[in-house]
Design a protein around this ligand. Structure first.
Ligand code: GLN
Length: 191
């Protein structure tokens, strides 16, 4: 298993550390050629406008769109924004997943919060969600399966085939279950 982590900006190191702990080769992706031969790709949290601008400058937009059509891709927080079809703002995004999202849906940095979530398909009880200037998913297309909601009903985790998005930061907890879940998606897709 070789999983890439888009390493332009944001929390890419934390994702790499967890992948290594799970015995998976983690590749920091900054150049188009580093997207070749991957079994999956993680797009980390950070700032989606910065990630988009840098991806544009480094000629990564088109190769990333191609990757999103061939191997599993998991976007966390800003990575979720970067994968959405409609973000309600003019910024470079992959438009890979059929969903409308709202950036900073819960307010500013001071409004960051944590909540335990039931994620369908994830065994072992609730997952501790860390939300930092997080987006929310406002509307999804027919192909999208909602797998996690907050108690107030807002959608914060979803899947569309090989694509996975979470509005929170699993890489900032010591719970590896979502990373294992994604590695399993990559294993299944490579068979
Ligand atoms: N608010 C950021 C954005 O819209 C995401 C924040 C995060 O990734 N923690 O890009």
């Amino acid at each position: 298993m070789k999983i890439g982590v888009l390493a332009l900006q944001g929390a890419f190191q934390e994702h790499c550390a967890i992948l290594k702990r799970l015995g998976v080769e983690a590749v920091q992706v900054r150049l188009p050629e580093q997207l070749e031969d991957l079994d999956g790709l993680i797009i980390p949290g950070g700032e989606s406008t910065s990630i988009g601008k840098l991806a544009d400058w480094y000629g990564l937009m088109e190769p990333l769109v191609k990757v999103s059509r061939s191997v599993p891709v998991w976007g966390t927080c800003a990575g979720l924004v970067f994968m959405a079809r409609d973000v309600g703002m003019d910024q470079p995004v992959l438009k890979a997943m059929d969903m409308v999202i709202e950036r900073n849906a819960f307010g500013r940095q001071v409004d960051s919060f944590e909540e335990d979530l039931e994620i369908s398909g994830l065994e072992g009880g609730p997952f501790h969600g860390v939300f930092i200037r997080a987006p929310a998913i406002v509307r999804v297309g027919k192909e999208v399966e909602i797998i996690g909601k907050l108690k107030d009903g807002r959608i914060v985790a979803a899947r569309q085939g090989k694509l996975l998005v979470t509005a929170f930061h699993p890489e900032l907890t010591s719970d590896d279950r979502l990373h294992k879940y994604f590695v399993d998606m990559c294993k299944a897709a490579s068979q």
